[in-house]
Write a protein that binds this ligand. Structure first.
Ligand SMILES: Cc1cc2nc3c(=O)[nH]c(=O)nc-3n(C[C@H](O)[C@H](O)[C@H](O)COP(=O)(O)OP(=O)(O)OC[C@H]3O[C@@H](n4cnc5c(N)ncnc54)[C@H](O)[C@@H]3O)c2cc1C
Length: 428
């Protein structure tokens, strides 16, 4: 079997040392078999192990191979659609639970980093940058909404002068600072979480794609050379899951987004660009997101490819976006460019649920998943442990199939994206 390696990302090039984890061979058993070693799988595994369960994690490639090891590293509170959309979709009790959890992910990450001594360049502070007056109004409403749900003393509106104090770009008319936002080296967070799993006596097998789940009272997860008998299975393959669980594939769509990383910037340029070292995402539907790395490289992402085909020249797509924001970087070299897949759902809200009573899943956080995956991991572990109130609140979010089925998912969504990108361009 040929080994699957990390993509050529800046994160892979600056990853902390990690052990080689051999593939699963032969038969084994555990209370829970987790499929996928991204943030969802690892976060669930840690919460289960802390609760006394035995856990085996099967990873098709390497820890953090998927979106968790390739993303913008931005700790963004709430969900891909905000709590007001959630309030319209579920009961008042579930909305309250989901709203409380909307601000818990960053706290869980910080606790884990502290508790397990994870070196992942954690920094505080994230900014939503507005390109239009309409987006400012939206941010004001977002601040009111979050404060209504008790998220106080963390948010600060920035006017056109204020935003220039945090990002040296002429594009923005204002913004919203979230002091509990922040950023991390995502692959190093995933690797640190994997080490925590093992420290808690969990077992992780890499290069071990689950090929089949035998459903039943005691499910069995098969790989090419082995199998895991478990009381429960957690499916956490997200955009990389393929068709392992056809019910999940039918209601979601993998999409690619691309990231570039510059050569290290001088201290002076870095300090001018992002003086507070906050991460930034703009307020467009098809948004740009960026931040500095620990060694002062600018990590800049954006763009969406529906259907997750890998674009041929990533730098040609993302560099113009970076230069539109920071024309002063014209002469700066790009050292790394890569693509990664996130999973889109029709509602842009995550899909969390249970199949056959003992197969749990979470997928489709539609682009904002760093915090959500940490929250849902706890909720999944609680549910397996018999306390399902938070899990049930997530499970109440409605799931919709893509109209026209798999064949029409890409054209349908691309039309939607074209519409939203037109709205971004026209500022409406
Ligand atoms: C380029 C990019 C930038 C992003 N930026 C941000 C950001 O700045 N902030 C933010 O909040 N969110 C961001 N996101 C979204 C966020 O990264 C994801 O929502 C989150 O990491 C999803 O985690 P996950 O564990 O569910 O999935 P993944 O991290 O994709 O992990 C799934 C894992 O399952 C494995 N797997 C799949 N199938 C099998 C199988 N059959 N058997 C065994 N293993 C399997 C895969 O190999 C993979 O390692 C970004 C996403 C991308 C792609």
């Amino acid at each position: 079997m040929s080994l699957i390696h990390y993509p050529p990302s800046y994160y892979a090039a600056s990853a902390n040392p990690a052990p080689e984890r051999p593939p699963l061979q032969g038969e084994t058993s555990a209370d829970v078999c987790v499929i996928g070693a991204g943030f969802t799988g690892l976060s669930t595994a840690i919460a289960l192990l802390e609760g006394g369960f035995s856990v085996v994690v099967l990873e098709a490639a390497k820890v953090g191979f998927g979106a968790s090891g390739r993303n913008g590293g931005q700790i963004v509170n709430s969900y891909s659609r905000d709590i007001d959309a959630i309030e319209r979709s579920v009961s008042a009790g579930s909305a309250k639970l989901l709203a409380d959890m909307a601000f818990a992910g960053g706290r869980i990450i910080r606790e884990r980093v502290q508790k397990y001594g994870i070196a992942c360049d954690l920094k505080d502070g994230g900014v939503f940058a507005a390109l239009t007056a309409k987006q400012i109004k939206h941010l004001e409403a977002q601040k009111r909404l979050w404060e209504r749900f008790g998220y106080n003393n963390q948010l600060e509106m920035l006017d056109d002068q204020g935003i220039r104090g945090v990002v040296a770009s002429e594009r923005y008319v204002g913004g919203l600072l979230d002091k509990s936002g922040g950023h991390i080296h995502p692959l190093n967070l995933a690797l640190g979480e994997a080490a925590a799993v093992e420290r808690l006596s969990g077992r992780i097998y890499e290069q071990s794609p689950a090929t089949r789940i035998e459903r039943g009272a005691q499910p069995v997860v098969h790989t090419a050379e082995g199998q895991v008998k478990a009381r429960f299975v957690v499916v956490a393959g997200n955009a990389y899951l393929g068709n392992l669980v056809p019910e999940l594939a039918a209601k979601s769509m993998p999409c690619g987004t691309q990231v570039i990383t510059t050569e290290p910037l001088s201290e002076e340029i870095a300090k001018t660009l992002l003086p507070q070292d906050y991460c930034v995402e703009d307020c467009n539907y098809l948004l740009d997101y960026y931040r500095l790395s620990a060694e002062r490289r600018l990590i800049y992402g954006g763009g969406v490819v529906y259907g997750a085909r890998d674009p041929a020249n990533i730098e040609a797509i993302i560099r113009p976006k970076m230069l539109k924001t920071f024309p002063q970087l014209e002469k700066v070299k790009v050292d790394f460019a890569w693509t990664g897949n996130f999973l889109l759902t029709l509602s842009r809200l995550p899909q969390v649920g249970r199949l056959n009573d003992n197969i749990y899943y979470s997928q489709g956080c539609s682009g904002h998943g760093v915090t959500f995956t940490h929250v849902v991991g706890k909720a999944l572990a609680e549910a397996i442990n018999g306390q399902a109130s938070r899990f049930d609140a997530f499970a109440e979010l409605p799931h919709y199939p893509f109209p026209g089925g798999r064949l029409f998912r890409v054209p349908f969504t691309a039309i939607g994206a074209w519409y939203y990108s037109l709205r971004d361009k026209l500022g409406i």
